[in-house]
Ligand binder design. Sequence first.
Ligand SMILES: Cc1cc2nc3c(=O)[nH]c(=O)nc-3n(C[C@H](O)[C@H](O)[C@H](O)COP(=O)(O)OP(=O)(O)OC[C@H]3O[C@@H](n4cnc5c(N)ncnc54)[C@H](O)[C@@H]3O)c2cc1C
Length: 379
Amino acid sequence: MLSYWEKESFLSYDHIIIGGGIVGMSAALSLRARYPDASILILERGLLPTGASTRNAGFACIGSLTEILDDLRTMTPAQVVDLVALRRSGLRRLRERLGDDTIGYAENGSYELITEGEVAALDHLYHVNELLRPLLGSEAFSRCDEKIAEFGLGETVRHLIRNNHEGQLHSGKAMRALIQLCLEQRIEIKTGAEVIRVEERVHYAEVLVAHTHLAEQVAFRAGSVAICTNAFTTRLLPDLDIQPGRGQVLITKPIPGLKVKGIFHFDQGYYYFREIDGRILFGGGRHLDFEGERTESFAHTDLILSDLRSKLASIILPHTPFEIDYTWSGIMAFGTDKAPVIRHHSPHIYLGVRMGGMGVAIGSEVGEQLAALMVETKP
Ligand SMILES: Cc1cc2nc3c(=O)[nH]c(=O)nc-3n(C[C@H](O)[C@H](O)[C@H](O)COP(=O)(O)OP(=O)(O)OC[C@H]3O[C@@H](n4cnc5c(N)ncnc54)[C@H](O)[C@@H]3O)c2cc1C
């Protein structure tokens, strides 16, 4: 049994956030800005955050040309512009909140590789630039084929497009800085706290966590509870339109004289690579096995890793010897619709989930909108 003291002093909060990724931390900070004296708790199941926020590629991106063209097939132009705007405002908020130096933000250029099969995309470059111009104030994409040789890219790369509004950051530094800021702002964080159930009660929501050492569940309670568990949300609310999508990543050992600098996408954003500390970080290939990659497992597969290895050798580093240092994977969340879910779910329970492959960009803005919703609809 919990003690009298534990029951009296450890279980009740004004707000509880479930999930300590970028969205959960951002929502907590946005709540703090509105409620200076409220008690706020973040419950994170992992010893470290264990989803996508510390396992991604750190692209501060608004979308590549072929990704936006693909979006235009299923979304209206206004919806596409709204999504780019969400990414822009999320990135601005993250940078203003933490500072560029703190998160290792840099604008070393952002590029999309165009292969033979995608050359037709260039016909739409002007149209997409005009679509985004009112939002961005200048051209989103411009051609820079002369850089193909400078970066030493493979022969299959026919064209290179520069995205003029993107940058890169250090995801580890950004997440550490968010944690630090939460602690400075008296937001409690409990790690190793996996929420098993969230239930509505008459005046509050109850959040049940298995005690790590006693054979019982700990029932936290709060006036409002925000679920920010992204790909893992259906374990708590099974009926939501959310599916996990694994992203596998490899990193090379440092490569002397590496020519590649900046961030790069190809194949509608399904592949992405960047230089970091003289190494190449390269990930993607989920579309090679959509079904198999619809998983919460942090494993990797030979199918995708061997594809990444071969593209690394033929497209990214065709004339440069390299060694792969190690690999990892992270889990994203997708749905039939590309927009995130920011919703008042039930009287005391809110959702900020389904960030797709763009949570670094939109996460801070999603947290802000979620906090605003929690204030507006306070029970
Ligand atoms: C390989 C890869 C590359 C990516 N690259 C980029 C990129 O370059 N740019 C970009 O914008 N986006 C990128 N993304 C996407 C981005 O990382 C995610 O969209 C974003 O991190 C999602 O943040 P989140 O806070 O919603 O979810 P998460 O970071 O997954 O956080 C959710 C947290 O909830 C915790 N949790 C889950 N269930 C429970 C529970 N029951 N109880 C308690 N805690 C729980 C998890 O442990 C986790 O820490 C990438 C993702 C991956 C995997």
